[in-house]
Ligand binder design. Structure first.
Ligand code: TIU
Length: 224
């Protein structure tokens, strides 16, 4: 039986687990560890750690339930041909996208900092979407991949709540996918933006999507 109900705000939701995917946004060393892109922008990267444990629990349950798991990574080609100059030209010139740092070139594909943190490392058969933008649909093959698997619902985790998570949820909603954002599986460098980012999604009768948490997701996954 793949139909289940998940507790969420503003309403509980009936979902089909066979048509649901777990998407984990940008849990990369560049955002979570010192010396990467997040730190280069002046952020306290330790604030993102809170999401790691809850994501790990949901990821383990999703793997057990044989749910489609998708990991995304924000980053650019080594020649930066896919990085708009206006994106690169922000922040301290010594610490911009493409500049050398302790984890390799900042936000560049193939560099140690671009990779996913060891605690959440993808299995060989899990999908990795390399994205040049904040949204996971922009200039990627995520949409055809989801359509080919007949996915209609996304359980959304990752960082940061108000940047790449929110952008991806808005893109997904416009494409007809239902998003359930797991609050404790997301994090921001700014606690007030985390709260506002979640509030904006579920307001107005779930204008962009629903907000739930890892405990409710685990209950729903166990019911499979
Ligand atoms: N800076 C910030 O909060 N986030 C990003 O630049 N990318 C993601 O959210 N992944």
């Amino acid at each position: 039986m793949t139909q289940t109900t998940i507790e969420a705000e503003p309403t509980p939701l009936a979902i089909d687990l066979a048509r649901t995917a777990l998407i984990i946004i940008d849990m990369q060393r560049d955002f979570l560890e010192p010396g990467g892109f997040g730190a280069a922008l002046g952020n306290d990267v330790s604030r993102l750690k809170a999401a790691v444990g809850p994501i790990r629990s949901v990821l383990t349950a999703a793997r057990k339930a044989a749910m489609l798991v998708i990991h995304t990574r924000e980053g650019h080609r080594p020649d930066l041909s896919d990085a708009p100059p206006l994106k690169v030209e922000r922040g301290d010139p010594k610490l911009r996208i493409g500049a050398p740092g302790p984890m390799g070139r900042i936000l560049v594909r193939g560099e140690p900092g671009h990779d996913i943190i060891p605690e959440l490392y993808p299995l060989r058969d899990e999908v990795i979407i390399d994205k040049p933008g904040k949204g996971a649909f922009y200039n990627t093959d995520l949409e055809p991949l989801l359509r080919s698997r007949r996915i209609e619902t996304l359980l959304v985790c990752g960082v940061t709540t108000e940047v790449c998570v929110n952008t991806t949820v808005r893109e997904a909603n416009d494409r007809g996918f239902r998003c359930i954002v797991l609050a404790d599986c997301c994090a921001s460098y700014f606690p007030e933006f985390h709260a506002a980012g979640l509030a904006m999604i579920k307001a107005q009768g779930a204008i962009f999507g629903w907000v739930s948490g890892s405990a409710s997701a685990l209950t729903a996954l166990d019911s499979d």
